[in-house]
Design a protein around this ligand. Sequence first.
Ligand code: FES
Length: 140
Amino acid sequence: MSAGAATSGAASGGDEVSGALHRLGPLDQVPVGEGRSFGVDSQQIAVFRLRDGSLRAVSAVCPHRGGPIADGTIDQREVLCPLHQHAFELDTGCSTTGAPALQTYPVFVDADQNIVLQLDTDRPARSGRSALAPGSGTGP
Ligand code: FES
């Protein structure tokens, strides 16, 4: 019987896992097609369960005006913030409507059907760029 943080090496899919792993509880607390918000290390993380059964994890706080991303509507690719309907790609966090990007986090289901989130303690989570913004610093 194990409790508390998951151990390294529990990931499926062959990706190398580094950083702190946090077991968030049973998979079935997140219904298919919906999201739930979790507090992890003083961060709010939204975990979504897509219709194909896969999970995505992004910051639960919308970078536009702080809307509750976990309450947003999802399809297989994007989440719509419920406040002003900015859209964000679940894989990259990039906004397709011009908002700043959400942070994304690795998340998977372990052998016991628990949701496991990886928080990299050495550096910030991946933060995509807005899909509409070409980025800065591309000058000569
Ligand atoms: S707070 Fe999310 S779109 Fe405005």
